[in-house]
Unconditional design. Structure first.
Length: 371
């Protein structure tokens, strides 16, 4: 079974043309191991009308060479109107059929379109990489979500989580038999060889790379930028609909670049003096194992971050802050320090290839058990 090519469906809740992250890299590296991998994602028809700059698609063609990308467009408001849910289900079944050894679900709502049957011939994995319930504000919708997640947990042959906090939560809620932590990692294999254009940035600078939402600690960033006009703060990445921050018109040293191609990320990181994880710690962020930490440490960069328990494993290499004063003092401390090249070998172990290998071992064991 270990040497056989596995047919894997990775049902992603993230669009293929979103900023590169775990849901793209796990299936890519599973494909690199010789598996036949299909990346499936759904796209609402309303997205055709929404061409705002802050959600401009990213070109991830570099990663699509060895993986099959399948997009299915669906009618919006399926969770609100049963008739739309019904029509979407029929449309999905017409366009898609199960012909895989393993199906990896990444969100409970995907059960609206693909529901594992008792007599199925494929193994099911539920990969949970966020505290999804924290995004839901409506109480009735939250109840529906937990019901769906319970069904998915009960249907799954195995559960994969990206952080220890997620494991603890799922265990408390559902007490499943098998939960495996497959942490995030750095794509050092590609980051080290990607050819990207040079970028010219101002120094000294602080840099954040990633999606921007209401969890971003803009108050402390703006206060620091206002008091330290010789520093430039670069915020690089897409802004989601919850990110309503508008910088003061007279604040010229906060720079929004928008999303950049993944191949250009190394050029930006190399130009960063201090890399930021300026998150407001809440029920979303405290469950996160941030991919960017792995990437920043791979390039041996100074990092300042707010603190949550999942970051304890990085603690010798991160300057933590819990107030504006500790943020400011941390920046001054790091800008004047000379980092030793001590992390690169350690962080290189945490590559996505290693995580895919861990995933493959899990899949092999499942297929043997389910023969």
């Amino acid at each position: 079974m270990a040497g056989k090519i596995k047919r894997i469906l990775y049902f992603s809740f993230v669009n293929w043309n979103w900023i590169m992250q775990r849901p793209h890299l796990i299936p890519y590296y599973l494909a690199k191991e010789g598996n036949d991998v299909t990346f499936l994602f759904l796209e609402s028809l309303t997205s055709l009308l929404n061409k705002k700059e802050n959600i401009k698609p990213v070109n991830n063609d570099y990663y699509s060479r060895i993986i099959k990308i399948k997009k299915i467009r669906m009618l919006p408001f399926a969770r609100k109107y049963w008739i739309i849910k019904f029509l979407n289900g029929i449309w999905f079944s017409l366009l898609f059929s199960i012909k895989y050894d393993v199906v990896i679900f990444t969100h409970p709502n995907q059960l609206m379109y693909l529901r594992p049957s008792k007599g199925r011939k494929y193994s099911v994995i539920y990969e949970c990489m966020d505290n999804y319930s924290a995004w839901i504000k409506n109480e009735n919708e939250l109840i529906k979500f937990y019901n769906q997640e319970k069904k998915l947990v009960n249907s799954a042959d195995s559960i994969v989580v990206s952080s220890n906090e997620l494991k603890l939560k799922l265990k408390e809620l559902y007490n499943p038999n098998a939960i495996e932590i497959i942490s995030n990692a750095c794509d050092h294999e590609n980051l080290a060889v990607m050819k990207s254009g040079e970028v010219q940035l101002k120094h000294p600078n602080l840099m954040y790379i990633g999606t921007m939402s209401d969890w971003l600690d803009t108050l402390n960033l703006e206060k620091f930028a206002r008091e330290n006009q010789d520093y430039t703060v670069y915020l690089i990445g897409p802004r989601d609909i919850n990110f309503n921050y508008t910088k003061s018109s007279n604040l010229n040293n906060i720079n929004f670049t928008g999303a950049v191609e993944f191949k250009d990320v190394p050029s930006y990181i190399k130009e960063g003096d201090i890399m930021l994880l300026p998150f407001i710690v809440n029920e979303i962020t405290r469950f996160v194992d941030p991919v960017k930490v792995y990437e920043y440490l791979f390039f041996n960069k100074n990092i300042i971050s707010s603190y949550w328990r999942e970051l304890d494993k990085f603690s010798p290499n991160i300057e933590f802050y819990n107030s504006y004063e500790s943020f400011r003092n941390g920046v001054y401390k790091l800008i004047n320090s000379n980092r030793q090249d001590s992390n690169k070998n350690k962080i290189r172990v945490a590559g996505w290839g290693d995580r895919a290998n861990q995933y493959s071992n899990l899949i092999n064991n499942l297929l043997i058990l389910n023969k």
